[in-house]
Structures are given as C-alpha cells and as structure tokens.
Design a protein around this ligand. Structure first.
Ligand SMILES: Cc1cc2nc3c(=O)[nH]c(=O)nc-3n(C[C@H](O)[C@H](O)[C@H](O)COP(=O)(O)O)c2cc1C
Length: 361
C-alpha cells in the first residue's frame, strides 16, 4: 500500500491517511460571517471523498481582522450553533475537521472591517496603500484573547482541532516579519521579540483548549520580499513550537496570493516549499505537513519517504476534485488541477469553484 494511505496521528487525533485539505477560504458565509448550507455541503463532499483531515478556510477571530467579505466568523459565541452545522456535516460522513483561525492585520480589505486596519507597525502593504494603525499594548493583549476565545468556540462547536494561521502575510506573519514589524518594544527589534506575539497567541490558545486538544500551525517560513522573514529566522521559530503547545506544523511561505503559484504542470514545479520543510525537519520532531503545488502521487510519496514531511496538504486540487483521495487510492496518478488560479470568485460573485475554461465535465 502507498505510504499516502497509512494512518498517522497529530497529537490525539488519528488521521486515516496522509492527505489533508489545506485551509481554503470558501467565500460561502453570509455578510455577517455565518456559514451557508453550501459550506456544510462542500465539507460533507470532501469527507465522503476520503480526505484524512479538512482544514476550514480561515475564520476571523475579531471583527477588525476580517480579511474579506463572505469570510467565516468565529468571533462571537452566538455563532457556535451555525459553526456546529459544519462539524456535524463532516462527522456524519466519518470525517475530521479542524478550524483555521486568523486575523488579517494590514491585509484586511477596507470594506470588510469597521475601522482602520491594525498592524504591528504603520507600514503599508505596498506603496500607495493606506497605512495601518499601529497596535498598542492593550490592543495586542485583546487580540491574544480573541485568538484564545475563538479556539474555545471552535472546540465548543465540535471541531477536531484548531490551526493558527501564521502565514501569507496576515497579522501573525506581520509580527514575525522584519519587513512589517518595525517595533522597538518587547514585540519587535530582534527575531526573539518579533516571534513573541506568536508565542503568546499559541500559549493562550493552548491554555484555553486544554492539553489534549489538537493544535496546528500554518507557518510562513519565508516572505520572499525585501527585508522579509527568512528561512534562517523561521527555523528558530520552528524550534520553539512544541514548547508553545503546537502539535503539528504546516509549512508554507510568501505573502498573499504569491503563496498560490500558478501553472504547476510538471513534477519539477511541484512541492515548491520543500526546502522550507527540509529546514523545519532539522529543527523539530513535530509532524510536518507540506503544502504548495503537490499534485502527483510520485512527488507526494517521495516527500514522505525522504522524511521531510509526514502529511501532504493541498488546496486547489480539492476544489476541482473533492474526491481526489479516493481517486488516488483507486489508481489515478495525479490531480488534474492545472493551477490556473481561477478558483477565487470573480467580483460580485461568491463561492470557490473550479473555473478552468478547458475543464472536461
Ligand atoms: C481560493 C483559495 C483560498 C485560499 N484560502 C486560504 C486560507 O483561508 N488560509 C490559508 O492558509 N491558505 C489559503 N489558501 C492557500 C492554500 O491553502 C495553499 O497554501 C496554496 O493554494 C498552495 O497549495 P495548492 O498548490 O495545493 O493550491 C487559499 C488558496 C486558494 C486557491
């Protein structure tokens, strides 16, 4: 049997195979952030397709951290019953689902938040964009509590675990990154001080959910921008993750949509964060999940066999083929996703979908 279909655990959670649906913003929640039925249906379909674990699209922990309209919210207790419809849909199909929790910081769309965006420093994302408001000590504390409370709500709604989003240029990545964090207080100025926000978020979440609850992280290990976070510094972050209560590390990188590379058409294009996973492997014994252009069984198996990762996660392939694990199990060699990046909803529409114009139905 292929190593892809061997079970393995993340903390107390036993996954039936090594295939994970990486967090993918579905744009299937209403304008308040409550999930629509279409989202529960999508998760049920993924679970039926024999995925090892579903990670939800990023969910906002605070109204000031909502990245875009139609993002799912986990910022209020009265959302718990609506969130429970998602876990019920997955569990009824025998699947597992973990919630990704996030705050967008300076990457929040202006129409998605009630006031100005906040960030570690008043550094705009790019020239010509609005400057975010620098977080004060009280604001930082409030956001740590927001992450912890959100994790508690996810647990109450029946999620099998929580994943902290510390990648793709969102708030936690902003704290980790010297390009976005110019502070000179205890939250910035040195790599150790820049990673303090992540440390405190992870520790507060762990305290909130208890020792046995699966806690994952998606870590941006390299910003790939001028003066940004480098592999050297992120490997130091990785060394501490187990001490902060993390059970598994998903390796990612880059800022915003540049983390979603286009046109992955040959095995050489696949596994584009493999070097980061190799660096992480040197620094931790935690289970590692590798995302980024994983498409063929051959590449997935070789990454697992060399030991750089223990699980493979994918996003776009599951938008096109939600039953991809079952297909791979039955002999299909690779995803048919062409990485055209048309899966995001066009302006005025909502809901992810495979919009490859050449797709055979
Ligand atoms: C439509 C779409 C939405 C995404 N939303 C998220 C998200 O909410 N959280 C996250 O960590 N990554 C998100 N990503 C990035 C993916 O999880 C993944 O890291 C990236 O697409 C590379 O993997 P792939 O080549 O398998 O698609 C999204 C990607 C796509 C295409």
């Amino acid at each position: 049997m292929s190593i892809l279909f061997e079970p393995k655990s993340i903390g107390t959670l036993e996954l039936p195979n090594r295939l994970i649906r990486s967090a993918t913003a579905e744009y299937m929640s209403d304008l308040e952030g409550k999930p629509e039925q279409s989202l529960a249906d999508l998760y049920a379909e993924l679970a039926r397709g024999r995925i090892g674990l579903i990670i939800t699209g990023h969910c906002f922990v605070h109204e000031g951290g909502r990245c875009h309209l139609h993002m799912t919210g986990v910022h209020r207790d009265d959302f718990i019953p609506a969130l429970e419809t998602l876990t019920t849909a997955v569990h009824d199909e025998g699947g597992l689902v973990t919630m990704q929790i996030n705050h967008g910081g300076r990457q929040c769309a202006a129409d998605a938040i009630p006031g100005p965006a906040v960030a570690p420093s008043p550094v705009p994302l790019s020239k010509g964009e609005d400057r975010p408001q620098e977080l004060k000590e009280d604001g930082i504390k409030d956001l740590m509590i927001a992450f912890a409370d959100a994790a508690g709500r996810a647990k109450a709604a029946g999620f099998d675990g929580v994943q902290i989003h510390a990648a793709h240029g969102y708030l936690i990545n902003q704290f980790n990154s010297p390009a976005a964090n110019w502070r000179r207080d205890r939250w910035g100025g040195t790599p150790a001080r820049r990673m303090r926000f992540l440390e405190e978020v992870a520790s507060s979440v762990r305290d909130q959910v208890g020792d046995d609850y699966p806690l994952l992280i998606k870590l941006g290990m390299e910003d790939s921008v001028r003066d940004g976070l480098t592999l050297k510094d992120s490997v130091e972050i990785v060394r501490h993750l187990a001490d902060w209560g993390i059970d598994a590390l998903e390796v990612s990188g880059a800022i915003g949509k540049t983390s979603v590379r286009k046109d992955i058409l040959r095995p050489e294009d696949e596994a584009y964060f493999l070097d980061a996973a190799r660096g992480a492997r040197e620094a931790t014994d935690l289970p590692i999940i590798l995302v980024g252009g994983m498409r063929s069984k051959q590449v997935m198996e070789s990454v697992l066999q060399e030991g750089s990762a223990d699980f493979i996660s994918m996003s776009r392939p599951f938008i096109r083929e939600p039953d991809l694990p079952a297909r791979l199990h039955e002999g299909q060699e690779a995803s048919t996703c062409i990485s055209c990046n048309l899966c995001w909803p066009p302006p005025g529409e909502y809901g992810i979908a495979c919009r490859d114009p050449n797709r055979e139905q």
